[in-house]
Design a protein around this ligand. Structure first.
Ligand SMILES: NC(=O)c1ccc[n+]([C@@H]2O[C@H](COP(=O)([O-])OP(=O)(O)OC[C@H]3O[C@@H](n4cnc5c(N)ncnc54)[C@H](OP(=O)(O)O)[C@@H]3O)[C@@H](O)[C@H]2O)c1
Length: 361
C-alpha cells in the first residue's frame, strides 16, 4: 500500500554527547565546560527535522517518515527540579507541529517526550495529527522477550521472583498486568517504584494473591530472578553489583537506567528491551541502536500510520488489553524481536550456554 502522507517521530537527546555527535551546531555558542551555558543555549534553540526515514516493512509495505529532535536533554526532564513545563512543552509541541507541517499524519512521541511529563502526550496534541507514545508495543515486546528467554532455557512461569522496577509507569503497569496473567505455582510478582499510593492501587487492580509491592528499591533488586526495568530517569538506578547471580534483566529504559558494566557480568543476562528487527528501513542517521534494529515505540508509530489510524493511540497509561492486538498488528507487517543485545552489543550464543546452568528460575 502507498500512503500520500508520512509519519513522524520525535525524541529529546539522551545526553550531551549525543548532541555533540548528532547536532554540534546547536552548541556553537555554548561553553562546553559549563552545564548552565549548555542548558541556556539548548533551550534557546528550535526543534528541528533531522532526517528522512524510508524503506519497507518485512512484509513489503512502503515506509516514509521524518524524525525530529527536541532541543532538550533527558536530564532536563527527569531531574528532581526539571526545566519548567512552560519551557519544555512548547518545544515538544513545536517538534510535533514541524512534522505535521511536512505532512505527518501520525507522530510518535519517543523516549521521554511521551512520558508522564507531557500527560503521556495529551498536553502536546496538535490539530489534525494523531499521536502515540509507542509504549504499547514497547510493553508488548518486553513481555515477548521474557517469553523468548523462558523458551530458550525451557523454563516455566511457576517459580521465582518477577520484579517490575517502575511498575506504576505507562509501560510498567502493562507489563505488570501481563506478567500476572502468566505466573502460577510458587512464582511471585513484586512491583517497585518510589511512590507508595500508585503501587498499592496497581496491586489492588491486579488482584492476585502473589503480588507484592515496595518502595524499597535497593533492598528488592537483589532478590529478583527476573527484573524488568521501566524507570524514566537520566541516571543509573540499577548498579552493577545489585542484581543477584543467575538473574535476567529486561531493560526498557532510554537513556539506560542500568549500569553498562552489567554486560561484563557472566552470571547476569542483561537484555536491551523493546528492540525490533528492521532489515529494510533506512533511518538516515545513527539512531543509537544496533544495526538493522530500532525501538518498539518507533515501530508502533509505523504500524499505526500504515493502518491509517485516525485517533490518538492510548496516550497516558498503556491499556494492557491492547498488547495482544498490537502483537497481532506487528505480526501482520512481519516485525519480530531483534536478536538479544546488551547495551547495543549482540549477546553471543556461548553466553547462553554458560548462563543456562546459572539461571535460577
Ligand atoms: N524501548 C522502547 O521502545 C521504549 C519506548 C518508550 C519508552 N521507553 C523507555 O521506557 C522507560 C519508561 O517509560 P514510561 O513512559 O513508562 O515512563 P513513566 O510513565 O514516566 O514511568 C516511570 C516509572 O518509573 C518509576 N521511577 C522513576 N524513577 C525511579 C527510580 N529512581 N526508582 C524507582 N522507580 C522510579 C516511576 O514511579 P515513581 O515516580 O513513583 O518512582 C514510574 O513507575 C523510559 O526510560 C522510556 O524512555 C522505551
Amino acid at each position: 500500500m502507498i500512503r500520500d502522507n508520512i509519519f513522524g517521530f520525535i525524541s529529546q537527546f539522551m545526553g550531551i554527547e549525543t548532541v555533540k555527535y548528532l547536532a554540534p551546531h546547536l552548541l556553537k555558542e555554548a561553553d562546553l565546560n559549563d552545564p548552565i551555558s549548555i542548558e541556556s543555549t539548548l533551550l534557546d534553540r528550535e526543534p528541528f527535522v533531522a532526517t528522512n526515514i524510508s524503506g519497507r516493512t518485512p512484509s513489503g509495505d512502503l515506509v516514509r517518515g521524518k524524525f525530529a529532535f527536541v532541543p532538550l536533554l533527558a536530564e532536563y526532564l527527569t531531574r528532581q527540579v526539571p526545566v519548567p513545563r512552560s519551557v519544555y512543552l512548547p518545544l515538544i509541541r513545536g517538534a510535533v507541529n514541524k512534522l505535521a507541517d511536512r505532512g505527518a499524519s501520525f507522530v510518535g512521541l519517543g523516549s521521554l517526550t511521551g512520558s508522564g511529563l507531557t500527560g503521556g502526550g495529551k498536553l502536546v496534541r496538535p490539530v489534525n495529527t494523531y499521536l502515540t507514545t509507542g509504549n504499547t508495543f514497547a510493553a508488548c515486546s518486553s513481555v515477548m522477550a521474557i517469553e523468548k528467554v523462558f523458551e530458550k532455557f525451557n523454563r516455566k512461569f511457576n517459580k521465582g521472583t518477577f520484579t517490575v522496577l517502575g511498575a506504576t509507569g505507562s509501560i510498567g503497569t502493562a507489563i505488570s498486568h501481563e506478567l500476572a496473567k502468566r505466573l502460577e505455582g510458587d512464582a511471585k510478582l513484586v512491583l517497585l517504584a518510589r511512590s507508595e499510593v500508585p503501587l498499592k492501587n496497581l496491586k489492588n487492580e491486579i488482584r492476585k494473591p502473589f503480588v507484592e509491592y515496595s518502595t524499597e528499591i535497593e533492598a528488592n533488586i537483589p532478590l529478583a530472578d527476573v527484573l524488568v526495568v521501566t524507570t524514566a530517569n537520566h541516571n543509573c538506578v540499577v548498579s552493577c553489583d545489585m542484581p543477584k547471580s543467575g538473574s535476567v534483566i529486561i531493560d526498557d529504559t532510554k537513556p539506560w537506567n542500568c549500569d553498562p558494566r552489567l554486560k561484563d557480568r557472566e552470571d547476569v543476562l542483561h537484555i536491551d528491551g523493546g528492540l525490533i528487527s528492521v532489515p529494510d528501513i533506512d533511518f538516515g542517521m545513527n539512531m543509537d541502536c544496533p544495526e538493522k534494529t530500532i525501538y518498539a515505540c518507533l515501530v508502533e508509530t509505523i504500524i499505526l500510520w500504515l493502518r491509517s489510524f485516525e485517533e490518538d493511540y492510548f496516550l497516558g497509561k498503556v491499556q494492557h488489553d491492547q498488547l495482544p492486538i498490537m502483537k497481532e498488528y506487528s505480526q501482520e507487517y512481519g516485525f519480530e524481536l531483534a536478536p538479544f543485545h546488551s547495551f547495543n552489543e549482540l549477546i553471543p550464543e556461548k553466553f547462553y550456554e554458560n548462563f543456562s546452568n546459572r539461571c535460577n528460575f
